[in-house]
Design a protein around this ligand. Sequence first.
Ligand code: NDP
Length: 290
Amino acid sequence: TKTAKLLDGKALAEKIYKELAATIAELKPKIGRPPGLAVLMVGDNPASAAYVRNKEKTCAKVGITSFGQYFPTNTTFTELEAVIAQLNQDEQVDGILVQLPLPGHLDSIALLHQIEPDKDVDGLHAVNLGRLVRGEAGLRSCTPAGVMRLLEEYKIPLEGKQAVVVGRSILVGKPMALMLLEANATVTIAHSRSQDLKTITQNADILIAAAGLPGLITADMVKPGAVVVDVGINRLTDSSGKSHLVGDIDFAATARVAEYLTPVPGGIGPMTVAMLLQNTVSSYLQATNH
Ligand code: NDP
């Protein structure tokens, strides 16, 4: 039986790390310092802590210095605002990111708007989102940028194609749709109020699932020959108590219909971290006029 080709985000992320490491090794002696990334983490959410550790480990691997800081759950907005103001001024720091979610008493949007837009390596500041809407250069949000980079690697044509994005969050769905539009796809955005999701997704030459619902996209919803990208990351626990990660797409059945498909894990997750590091290196190059 026919089976989809894998869009291997893990392999591409490794290739990007090698390229970034080579760029840094070449430029560091000329510039006199390595790139720097500050990840701010508040509280002790175990999933967030694991993400932050992974980001720091990957930074070390390519030669980016981490200026990570951990804060207790009861840290105030004013305290964090002061830390961000200081990092905005710090010439060793090219990228600043606030690991989400934050404890409930902190206004995460107000806080990320304290970040200098040219250090906003998550691409979530209104200035960077505005640049994306306008089609101007700027820091792009990492997850949708990772999807675009992966599609580019496999030379997937986007121009004139029907692209469907399931999900409209500011983190993934909306910037994803704008990036596909920028690449001249014809873009449809589906969300929880969309009627007849199946009819919408069946039209997709390029289908991006970013809803956070395991099993949302079944094989009968996928156009034969489509390129299918699964952004969803959902932790499921089986009857024996073992937990594992799945996306939003029924992987096994969809693999018999799609032309290309991303695995979970090993697809967009690693690409997201790779784009974060790439954004940090772009900020570094920009800050040092390279
Ligand atoms: P949100 O919960 O913020 O957004 C989910 C979106 O899906 C919403 O727009 C929602 O619609 C839509 N949705 C919910 N149910 C349905 C449905 N039944 N049919 C169609 N659309 C639906 O999640 P995020 O965007 O932050 O993340 C989405 C997924 O991607 C999650 O699994 C998350 O873990 C994962 N993720 C993965 C990353 C990675 O590195 N690979 C990075 C970031 C996220 P509405 O707006 O109407 O509520």
